[in-house]
Every structure is written in structure tokens, then in C-alpha cells.
Design a protein around this ligand. Structure first.
Ligand SMILES: C[S@@+](CC[C@H](N)C(=O)[O-])C[C@H]1O[C@@H](n2cnc3c(N)ncnc32)[C@H](O)[C@@H]1O
Length: 215
């Protein structure tokens, strides 16, 4: 189960500028190989953002929460190039970018009880029943996430896919290491609007945010 990937393999040619951004900026604004050193972000509490997409929300969070260190991870190469370029151009000191699978990263490189939070906004909904096993918010991966969070750390997820929201609540309520920070859904105001969210809102979807705290 845990080796079932949560993302699509996407192809496509990258522009020379994007390839160049990966080549030159990842060594500076990425995370050095080996175990994640949470001191990397100047002693700030470290929050992992899983699946940042194009990274618009990442940049906004970094600007509005300068005291928080964000390690942003995605498998999608053009998005990684885009975020690296923006972090570099804006001179943001509280963001590091990882190009890879968040599950492998959490399992192999993040110490138990070390993160101040995990955020995953609009993870792929995998609407077909035969694909539900690919969802990020599923029992084994939620247990992995909870294990890497320090006591008091917050897991914040959001979706515009109502059946996924229901399943998220079931899975998160069943994880013994987490408790809901609210009665049901969390307030929307806690995070920036994301690109996928805008697309969902355009289609008339309701958005559900959920925040759970590590006990
Ligand atoms: C639907 S998009 C949402 C992007 C962004 N958070 C937003 O709201 O605009 C989901 C993103 O999660 C990424 N993703 C899925 N599984 C992942 C994994 N295991 N590790 C890293 N990124 C992942 C995908 O590549 C994609 O960019």
C-alpha cells in the first residue's frame, strides 16, 4: 500500500529557462541530501508543504509568516522551477524547495516528531473508486505524517472535492496521534487562495479546510 504513488507521472518538455533554474537554484535553495536539518531555516519552526503545484500559495505564506520556515515539496518539475525562480527573485529566506515524492522524503529524511506542521492544499482528489488508494490522505500516509510532527504541530489539508473531504474526516478522526482543532471544518481564512482552489470555485465547488493537531 505505502508504495502506491499519490501523483500522476506527467511528461512534457521543459523550457531552457526552467531547466536552468533547476540546475542553478536547486543547489542553493533546495535541501542538502541526507536527513532534513530543521536548523536549515535559521531556527524557524519548519512546516512541510506537500504538493505546492506552482507555488503561489507557498510564496504568499512565506511573506505573511516570516517567522515560519517552509520546506515545499512537489514532483512536478516545471512547478519546482517556477517556485525556485520566484523565491530567488524575491529573496525569500524562509523557503526551501524539494523536487521529489513527499512520502519518500517523510519516510527517509524527516526525523520523528520534528515538524511544526504539514500543509497539503488540494491534494489530487483521485475521484474514481479504483484510484482511492492513491490519495494522500489515506490511513498509512496520515500515520506517517503524524509520526513526523512534533506534539502541538498542525496538519492542514483542504479540498474542493466533497467525497474526498468526507473521507479525509474519517481517516483523520481515526488516526490516534491527531485531534481535530475545530468542531468539524476549519475556517478558510487561515491560508492563501490557491490556483487549484480558484479552478474549483469557478466550477461551483465548495472548499473544505481541515486542521488537526498532533497530540
Ligand atoms: C491538485 S495539485 C494542487 C497544487 C497546489 N497545492 C494548489 O492548490 O494549487 C496537487 C499537487 O500535488 C503534487 N503531488 C502529488 N503527490 C505528491 C507527492 N507524493 N509528493 C509531492 N508532490 C505531490 C502534484 O504534483 C500536484 O502538483
Amino acid at each position: 500500500m505505502s508504495d502506491i504513488r499519490t501523483f500522476h507521472a506527467r511528461r512534457g518538455r521543459m523550457s531552457e529557462a526552467k531547466s536552468e533554474a533547476i540546475r542553478t537554484l536547486l543547489p542553493v535553495l533546495g535541501v542538502p541530501a541526507g536527513p532534513l536539518d530543521v536548523a536549515l531555516l535559521g531556527g524557524r519552526p519548519v512546516v512541510l508543504e506537500i504538493g505546492f503545484g506552482l507555488g503561489h500559495a507557498t510564496v504568499e505564506m512565506a511573506q505573511t509568516e516570516p517567522g515560519v520556515g517552509i520546506v515545499a515539496i512537489d514532483v512536478h518539475t516545471p512547478g519546482v522551477a517556477r517556485l525556485l525562480t520566484e523565491v530567488h527573485e524575491l529573496g525569500l529566506e524562509n523557503v526551501r524547495v524539494v523536487h521529489g515524492d513527499a512520502i519518500e522524503f517523510l519516510r527517509e529524511r524527516v526525523a520523528v516528531s520534528s515538524l511544526a506542521g504539514i500543509r497539503a492544499f488540494f491534494p489530487d482528489p483521485w475521484p474514481r473508486a479504483r484510484h482511492h488508494k492513491r490519495r494522500l490522505v489515506r490511513p498509512d500516509l496520515v500515520a506517517l505524517m503524524a509520526s513526523r510532527m512534533a506534539p502541538g504541530a498542525r496538519l492542514h489539508v483542504a479540498t474542493d472535492w466533497a467525497p474526498y473531504a468526507e473521507s479525509m474526516v474519517e481517516v483523520l478522526d481515526a488516526e490516534p496521534g491527531l485531534v481535530n482543532a475545530y468542531e468539524g471544518a476549519a475556517p478558510r481564512e487561515e491560508r492563501p487562495l490557491t490556483k487549484f482552489e480558484l479552478a474549483g470555485l469557478d466550477q461551483g465547488h465548495d472548499v473544505v479546510d481541515l486542521v488537526y493537531v498532533r497530540v
